[in-house]
Design a protein around this ligand. Sequence first.
Ligand SMILES: Cc1cc2nc3c(=O)[nH]c(=O)nc-3n(C[C@H](O)[C@H](O)[C@H](O)COP(=O)(O)OP(=O)(O)OC[C@H]3O[C@@H](n4cnc5c(N)ncnc54)[C@H](O)[C@@H]3O)c2cc1C
Length: 394
Amino acid sequence: MDIEVTPEEQEFRLEVRRYAQAHLPETVRRKVLYGEKLEKQEYVDWQKHLHRKGWIAPAWPAQYGGTGWSLSKQRVFLHELALQCAPETIPFGISMVGPVIYTFGSEAQKALYLPAILNSDTWWCQGFSEPNAGSDLASLRTRAVDCGDHYLLNGQKAWTTHGRFADMMFCLARTADTGKPQQGISFLLLDMKTPGVEVRPVRTIDEGASICEVFFNDVRVPKSGLVGKEGEGWTYAKFLLGHERAMIARVGRSRMQLARAQRLASHPLADGSRPIDNPLYRQRLCDIEARLRALELTELRALSAYRPGAGFDIADSSMLKIEGSEICQALTELLLDLAGRYGMVYTGRYTQSPIGDTTAHGLLGDHLFNRVATIYGGSSEIQKTVIAKSRFQK
Ligand SMILES: Cc1cc2nc3c(=O)[nH]c(=O)nc-3n(C[C@H](O)[C@H](O)[C@H](O)COP(=O)(O)OP(=O)(O)OC[C@H]3O[C@@H](n4cnc5c(N)ncnc54)[C@H](O)[C@@H]3O)c2cc1C
């Protein structure tokens, strides 16, 4: 498969580069380059820039505010933004619930939620996992009882990323107990300020606190928050998870990290030698580059097999998730090794000045956080089972 860009796409790449260089604040660019945490407002400001330019939702259909670009143009756009160290768009609205709403939602839901997702006025979180329902998501116990014009929601969600910043949650709740566990699950949209919603942040190994537990105590969710048909939530959740897993491939970010590793490896050490002259480092760099190129091809194949209404092929998105997360992890490991003792400095607060070599700033925190990519969006073991069932169990 040819992944070279056309002259028009090359011109577009330069336009994206110029745009990022003109509008991306230097503080944000440096934070992204060094893997530091951004403040919510920094994401919002950047996403609003992209929205004003009409570039915030490259994959959405034009009728809902997307760009209508070809797949290869979307790819050029996302990769160039990543190379310019632009923040990745927060996925919960644009990449996850947005496509569910414009595909399965009512006209009223589209009118109410899509504009605020596009202009980043509404921040979303994902309420799928529970303390005893992660890999085995269909065993979830949060219950929504039909009370006429609303549901009464009770239960607990776990691992809710951005729960404490979010205005809205899309969540799965059980509305019936008949049939297979996957049946009787409904997909609900709820306002996080509704009485009875309690959010408790959880401290993580990278000293962040973006993960939360969310408790529902007699929360009234208006029936207008039900997406699609009651009891069909599993179908919409699978569609959404396909988007989530494909996005975790993070090809653009890995391209940026690879360029950073190449720069670091070419930097002379105190004795004048350069890591890139060491065959072991060269081999690791080449290995990652080859895997990343293969991942780009897999991503293109998955995108060209994408069907509006049906979404990604389930095995394609699982393959992207496994390989993409492993490449991200191989890159932060390589960067840490290249940084040597400077890589041991952990600037957990993300507000301190760099200690030692500035090229190593933020590496350890980024490396630690990247470990979770094996788990979030569905663990690697589960993805392998998904691939095996889809490809071999005909
Ligand atoms: C940083 C982070 C952010 C997250 N953000 C969100 C979020 O915003 N919203 C949300 O809803 N969820 C979120 N999650 C939850 C995530 O989707 C779950 O952690 C994941 O699905 C695994 O579920 P679990 O933690 O219950 O682990 P378990 O399901 O208990 O799995 C534990 C281990 O057992 C293995 N295992 C389990 N079952 C099988 C099997 N059948 N075959 C082989 N191996 C198996 C798993 O691979 C894993 O290694 C997040 C998780 C993390 C770590």
